[in-house]
Design a binder for this molecule. Sequence first.
Ligand code: OAD
Length: 246
Amino acid sequence: MKILEEVLEWIRRHRPARIAVLTGAGVSADSGIPTFRGGDGLWKQHRVEQLATPEAFSRNPGLVWEWYEWRRDRVRLASPNAAHLAIAELQRHPKLDVTLITQNVDDLHRRAGSREILELHGNLFRVRCSLEGHVRQAEEAFSELPPACPCGALLRPDVVWFGEPLPARTLEHAAEAASACDLLLLAGTSGVVYPAAGLVSFVRRGVVVEINPSRTPLTDQSAWWLEASASAVLPVIVDGIRSAAS
Ligand code: OAD
């Protein structure tokens, strides 16, 4: 692929050391996790306002939890793919400063070995007390839905729902990383959900490389668009960055 060669050539010449990676649902597509807006995407089959808003949870917490348990089951059966593994490997390079920013809640980056992850939209395997706000890990399926906190209030998934703010410090770190990077890898996101999509605008001197089989509203802000699957292309790019750095 000619464009991939161009990107690799740029990497050889410029040896980017500060790298930001922003991922979306497309990165987990090759692990068998449905995206949100693809052909059989989650938002094609379900209505956001019935499942992923605070109002939906107040109205029918049982229904919301059934959907989240279904998603948690599905993700538990999936494995990280070559894209997740490549990013984790990049983060382990001693000479590189790599910030992983994800919109995904599926925990596959952590399971691939990434340790520092800016999770903009939360994580399916954490729950939060809807009254007191305490957060804890919750890997196992709940025996009763909706689950309750020992204080008696309902537990909710520790994810960001529509109409809710993103975690402020996490978003701030993500913006700092975008602003300071030499290279932003933008992988598997439709680029339509803000403020995540707006992070691209923070890039100052860095170069944006988009990896996505489809064009997005962010394609025009990218120096290169690699029209390919993240699991095919990210390992090649990561190899290129690691070789240039060593
Ligand atoms: P989307 O479902 O909106 O977009 C997925 C993107 O991945 C699309 O642009 C696809 O073309 C692309 N894609 C599909 N397969 C791919 C592959 N193998 N490799 C690379 N790219 C591929 O998912 P997001 O952009 O992540 O928010 O959606 C953003 C947010 O909207 C989500 O975090 C979620 C959702 O509503 C919340 O739940 C708050």
